[in-house]
Ligand binder design. Structure first.
Ligand SMILES: [Mg+2]
Length: 179
């Protein structure tokens, strides 16, 4: 608690917020999704199977029970080292917005330590890209999210847990400090 207070005391008003995406970054969404569909990789799911699995997930507690990615805890640690805290910025499942949001919140409560400053579940992430002239940081696996974040004035880091090395994040954070 004492160290948390010390962190807050040194945090400048102009420090960026680091927002972390869930699925594909902290949460192993796709591995479990592929298992549900009975395929080896989620990219091998055809349209009909995809809909079957989405129907199964809709209204369920799927999002509360997913495993962490292998690098989840490392990413949290890197974010805290960089900014003193982090927040969650994740999108709800289309067609299951309030239910999926609730279970994502449960996942955050059960899996992350320390807890994020804020957990935001929203469709349009760009609302958080910049504030008071500060470029906020988003770590996300989806290219289109990163593109839109940058367009909105934010600093986007594209990272996909099952493909990228953590140096993608550490390198980009170092580059941010130099900017
Ligand atoms: Mg994602």
């Amino acid at each position: 608690m004492a160290s948390e207070k010390a962190c807050l005391a040194v945090m400048n008003i102009s420090d960026p917020t680091i927002y972390l995406d869930m699925d594909g970054v902290l949460v192993d969404f796709f591995g479990t999704f592929a298992k549900y569909a009975g395929v080896e990789h989620w990219k091998h799911i055809d349209q009909r199977k995809l809909q079957d699995v989405l129907d199964k997930i809709t209204g369920s507690d799927y999002f509360a029970k997913l495993p962490k990615t292998k690098t989840c805890d490392n990413i949290i640690e890197m974010a805290i080292d960089f900014a003193g805290s982090y927040s969650i910025l994740s999108s709800p499942l289309r067609g299951d917005i309030s239910n999926s949001s609730k279970h994502k919140q449960t996942w955050v409560t059960n899996n992350l330590s320390p807890q994020p400053r804020e957990t935001i579940i929203v469709r349009d992430k760009t609302l958080y890209a910049a504030a008071n002239g500060v470029q906020n940081i988003l770590i996300d696996d989806r290219g289109s999210n990163i593109y839109k974040w940058r367009q909105a004035g934010g600093y986007g880091i594209k990272y996909q847990a099952d493909e990228d090395n953590l140096s993608v994040i550490s390198g980009a954070l170092k580059a941010y400090e130099r900017e």
